[in-house]
Ligand binder design. Structure first.
Ligand code: AMP
Length: 328
């Protein structure tokens, strides 16, 4: 039997190059090797996104991009989180073994809640829902970007805590992080993550951006005052970010990328990065259009995906409820 793998992206916006480089590119290899579940985490989107039409459009678009990038329903399971009510059900059960202290320490929550006066309980609860997503399916591996490391650690702690208190129930998941590209930064502010939830996308490349927009965004990417093209995230965050993108997309290690750019200028770096991005994104965009024009195909794939895993999720929740002393 193959080991299980679980991961997701939330449809709070359209997928970015950061999602591709830091996550989806890696998932393509993993679907060959593991019993993989790739979820569109629509319930998570409600923590930040409220417009129903936008949520629907984004949900279709994220699934269309999964398929366009090469996730294959014959090799893996694809579904929308809200199709399986066991997710929020297990979340509640995990909420009750999570302390306010540990949930309050989540830096993603603190960052998102900062300077906002209308923060939802859902946003606070996000990490416990994410833990439920993973633990429902006995996932051994969870490929994620650096931004999710703390949440994964919480999922591990909750699994261990539950197992210790109620007996062996959950597989303790392991995060899988890429060495290069685990965090792709905003091209205009290379100290900030490239994110699909931003209001201003001038520093974010979206997989659906026109090729012209992509060229312009990379051309305007922030670099720095000297002219050396080396990987040094601390002192040269902008250049290092471009090198990470180049390294992952051209499948070369960082040493050979640095050697390739030795003696070249930033203009050359930006041209090469543009070519690499376009050669990956152009064919994805073709397929993306097909799926967005055939939404019934997306719905059928998701229905079949959810059917494959629903019973397993329900069985896990039943077991957890029994162990916690619930009668029905
Ligand atoms: P999200 O965009 O938060 O729904 O995340 C979906 C997946 O993409 C997760 O595995 C994230 O860790 C990863 N991810 C999101 N943004 C980036 C980024 N800028 N760089 C690398 N990985 C990312």
């Amino acid at each position: 039997m193959k080991d299980k793998l679980y991961t997701a992206a939330k449809p709070t916006g359209r997928l970015t190059l950061g999602n591709y480089v830091g996550a989806v590119d890696n998932w393509l290899k993993m679907q060959e090797e593991y019993d993989s579940i790739f979820c569109v985490a629509d319930l998570h989107s409600l923590t930040v996104l409220v417009d129903p039409k936008e949520l629907k459009d984004n949900s279709y678009a994220v699934m269309a991009n999964y398929l366009a990038c090469g996730l294959d329903p014959k090799k893996c399971t694809l579904y929308f989180q809200s199709q399986i009510p066991a997710h929020p059900e297990l979340c509640w059960l995990l909420d009750c073994i999570t302390s306010m202290g540990e949930a309050s320490r989540m830096t993603a929550y603190k960052e998102k809640a900062q300077n906002k006066n209308n923060v939802s309980v859902g946003l606070f609860n996000y990490p416990m829902l994410m833990a439920a997503d993973i633990l429902l399916y006995d996932a051994k591996y969870v490929p994620i970007g650096e931004d999710q490391r703390q949440h994964l650690e919480l999922a591990r702690n909750l699994a261990i805590r539950f197992n210790n208190k109620y007996g062996e129930t959950f597989v303790v998941p392991q995060g899988v992080y890429q060495k290069v590209g685990a965090k792709i930064y905003n091209l205009q502010n290379p100290l900030k993550k490239m994110s699909k939830s931003d209001f201003d996308n001038s520093g974010n490349i979206l997989l659906e951006d026109s090729l012209d927009e992509i060229k312009k965004k990379i051309k305007r990417a922030v670099t720095d005052s000297d002219s050396k093209i080396i990987y040094d995230p601390e002192n040269k965050p902008g250049v290092s970010n471009l090198l990470s993108i180049y390294s992952v997309l051209t499948k070369q290690n960082m040493k050979s990328c640095e050697a390739f750019f030795e003696g070249k200028n930033y203009g050359a770096l930006k041209n090469e990065v543009t070519n690499a991005v376009i050669s990956v994104i152009e064919p994805i965009q073709e397929k993306f259009k097909f799926y967005m024009n055939n939404k019934d195909e997306i719905e059928n794939i998701a229905k079949e995906g959810a059917e494959k895993i629903r019973a397993q999720a329900e069985k896990k929740v039943k077991l957890v409820k029994e162990k916690m002393g619930l009668l029905f």
